[in-house]
Design a binder for this molecule. Structure first.
Ligand code: MN
Length: 732
């Protein structure tokens, strides 16, 4: 029954591999002490409990950690789970190990989930504070805790209680995986995420894993073949390089399927290759070899060597159509960089040094968190700050000329525009991210290259406030909103006054208003209009102050030019901003005519842009419409628009789809029924392709908006007679 998987000699052997002068006296003593302290305790799986701390110590040797950390791994559960006291630990192993074991024990007692029950914020915050306090004294505490969690996750299936398993998996995904990422332990992070994913989404994990092994069988030694070809290419340029290939992890594939909203079949790069070289110069030479031999996938190149991630990670990432026409991800780095990627913070200190110097470790975020914890009175503030500091980072993005700007995480293209220059932000109409037109609300990622399109006629748009994160944009939007309100008042006041003139049968002119302005102590004529709009004076008062002779009887006099209503006579005069809230499209300059492009038939809900043609107004395209490519040069014609979904409820927008259905008697009927049941009308239908057992048909459907169409597509996909359905973005 009591069988320990790793013997002390094995641990010592592993340590000696990276620390030849290692003396195993203390290690052996700790091993025996731990084994005795846990005695006959067993884990939920029935195996000897001591297996767990030994495995944790084993994980720590892989990170090439110092003796104290590895001994702490062996002893990390003795205080919690046996009657050993901290004093005893100190007597036997010294004060450093005591502090480390104490730290890990405290971390273990803080059972919490950062994103857990919101109703219990105070408790959550108190826990988080304790947690940070325990780990900020010595980062090795966190390393042991992460190794502890990794082993517990690896053996999670041993736990019988499904609720407990789930809670641990959620906590891992919420807290420990981000922490591992934050200190640069990327492999830890990936493994923790994969294990938690397998527990939380067993079906999805099963599906992806089986697909991956299917592929491995189907493509046989594809990874080996591609690795070999890459190696040959590098060798031909006399580069000393090691190539490692792997299938991507189920969790990373699942995240990509979600993010890109694609099915597994359409997911092309599921293999990743790593090229390890000796020097920095070799990295770029290897990159040259790869980019010369294979065509690159645009928008996927990232140089974390010249701009390292804030956790110290350095590497070049690129994506190419590689050997055998497979899309593959390639990471290029030196062996030293690989060490940092493997060992995170630990890579920066030697196993001999003992307590590492925190300033060297990129741990300023931890100190910062500690300070906020000490000083912040409001628990919610602190929690918010802690979450930000755990999960987020700065993102670094580039201009086309290669200038780098750092922005807070979740920053969008409009934040970037303002970061470059307020004037650029002010006149921003669109953005190209990594060479592709993208909406201004697009959240930027590290390494994105962002080109801002501007137009002299553009002004800040109020809707920017809903997706900007930087203060620069928000204050600009605030000013824009104040300006818009002012214009609205000016418009209303002017309108009221023009009506008054019309009613009195006087031609409207601003000339006589100059005197009135002084009478009412207004700074400008516009302020005079605002006073009317805000009911500080009436239009009638104003009119009579200008023309004291006219009498009230005039109010009911004839309308000029035979107009039935005074208002109609004024319409042509109004060139001021029109309140756009009742128009289906937002962001158009006042009174600009528009029509929906015939090429892409935008639906309400689609991301849209307007292209201004002199004399014709704006043509509205979907942001992905191919016809926009030729217009990139003319950024002055671009308008950043959006739908006002509250006024587009009518069922009169055309959406085009293509569907492949089985050649069976009931298939076409089923298809039409599904569409009808979802309250849409078929406007046009055409069989575009015939195979012996399938038809491809094209349908134009009258729908309310994008959601309506998406709903129908989803319903069709669920129908057994329907093989596949796609929206056709372009209507030819
Ligand atoms: Mn443990």
């Amino acid at each position: 029954m009591v069988r320990i998987e790793i013997r002390p000699e094995e641990l010592a052997y592993r340590i000696k591999d990276y620390n030849p002068s290692f003396d195993d006296t203390h290690l052996n003593k700790a091993y025996v002490f731990g084994l005795t302290a846990h005695g006959k305790q067993t884990r939920a799986s029935g195996e000897s409990y001591f297996n767990h701390p030994v495995e944790v110590a084993g994980i720590l040797t892989k990170m090439k950690l110092d003796e104290a950390t590895i001994i702490t791994g062996l002893l990390h559960d003795v205080v919690e789970d046996s009657d050993t006291s901290l004093d005893e630990i100190e007597r036997k192993f010294g004060s450093v190990i005591r502090q480390l074991v104490d730290g890990v024990t405290k971390l273990s007692q803080v059972e919490m989930s950062v994103s857990g029950d919101v109703s219990n914020t105070t408790k959550q915050v108190e826990n988080l504070r304790k947690f940070i306090l325990a780990m900020s004294k010595d980062i090795r505490v966190l390393l042991v805790k992460l190794a502890d969690r990794l082993h517990n996750m690896r053996t999670l299936s041993g736990l019988k209680n499904p609720d407990k398993r789930k809670r641990i998996a959620i906590e891992t995904l919420d807290l420990y995986a981000p922490l591992a990422g934050r200190i640069g332990l990327n492999d830890f992070k990936d493994e923790l995420e994969d294990l938690a994913f397998a527990e939380l989404q067993p079906e999805a994990n099963q599906f992806i894993s089986s697909k991956l092994s299917e592929l491995q069988i189907l493509e046989q030694d594809l990874i080996a073949a591609i690795s070999e070809e890459l190696t040959k290419g590098l060798q031909s340029q006399s580069l000393k390089a090691t190539v490692q290939g792997r299938m991507k992890s189920p969790f990373s594939i699942w995240k990509k399927m979600q993010r890109k909203n694609v099915s597994f079949e359409n997911l092309s790069d599921i293999m990743a290759f790593r090229i390890l070289v000796d020097s920095l110069a070799d990295c770029y030479q290897a990159l040259g070899v790869v980019h010369t031999a294979y065509s690159t996938v645009p928008g996927r190149f990232k140089d974390y060597i010249s701009t390292p991630k804030s956790n110290g990670y350095q590497s070049i990432h690129t994506c190419v159509i590689g050997p055998h026409k497979h899309r593959i991800e390639v990471q290029i780095r030196t062996r030293e960089m690989q060490e940092v990627a493997d060992r995170g913070v630990a890579a920066h200190w030697s196993y001999k040094e003992g307590v590492p110097n925190k300033d060297h470790l990129n741990l300023l975020w931890l100190r910062d968190l500690q300070e906020v914890s000490d000083s912040s009175a409001d628990p919610e503030d602190f929690l918010e700050h802690a979450k930000l500091s755990l999960y987020s980072d700065q993102v670094f993005c580039f201009t086309p000329r290669g200038e780098v700007y750092s922005l807070p995480a979740k920053a969008t293209a409009i934040d970037f525009a303002y970061a470059v220059h307020s004037e650029i932000g002010y006149h921003c109409v669109g953005a190209k991210i990594n060479g592709i037109i993208a909406p201004l609300r697009t959240v930027l990622r590290n390494g994105d290259q962002v080109e801002i399109l501007t137009s002299p006629s553009q002004v800040p748009q109020i809707e920017w406030g809903s997706f900007a994160v930087t203060g620069k944009v928000k204050s600009s939007v605030k000013r824009a909103r104040a300006q818009a309100e002012r214009e609205e008042h000016i418009y209303r006041g002017l309108h009221a006054l023009q009506k008054e003139f019309l009613a009195e049968n006087y031609p409207f002119s601003e000339k006589p208003l100059e005197q009135a302005r002084r009478n009412f102590a207004a700074k400008s004529i516009e302020d005079l209009y605002i006073m009317i709009s805000e009911n500080k004076i009436t239009a009638r008062d104003l009119f009579h102050s200008i023309f004291p002779g006219t009498r009230l009887v005039a109010q009911k006099s004839k309308k000029p030019n035979g107009a039935a209503d005074g208002e109609q006579g004024t319409v042509s005069v109004l060139t001021r901003a029109v309140n756009s809230s009742s128009l289906p499209i937002q962001g158009l300059p006042a009174a600009m005519a528009y029509h929906l492009a015939g090429c892409c038939h935008p639906l309400p809900g689609d991301r849209i842009v307007g292209i201004v043609s002199p004399g014709k107004g704006a043509t509205i395209h979907t942001i992905g419409c191919p016809s926009l490519a030729s217009l990139c040069e003319h950024s002055e014609r671009w308008l950043d628009l959006s739908w006002n979904l509250e006024v587009t409820a009518a069922n009169n927008h055309l959406g085009r789809i293509t569907a492949v259905i089985a050649h069976q008697p009931e298939a076409m009927g089923n298809l039409c029924t599904v569409i009808g049941m979802n309250h849409a009308t078929i406007n046009n239908l055409k069989i575009t392709h015939k195979w012996p057992d399938h038809y491809e048909i094209m349908l134009d459907i009258e729908v309310r908006d994008l959601r309506h169409l998406t709903h129908i597509i989803t319903a069709l996909r669920a129908n057994p007679a329907v093989n596949s359905v796609e929206r056709r973005a372009v209507i030819a």
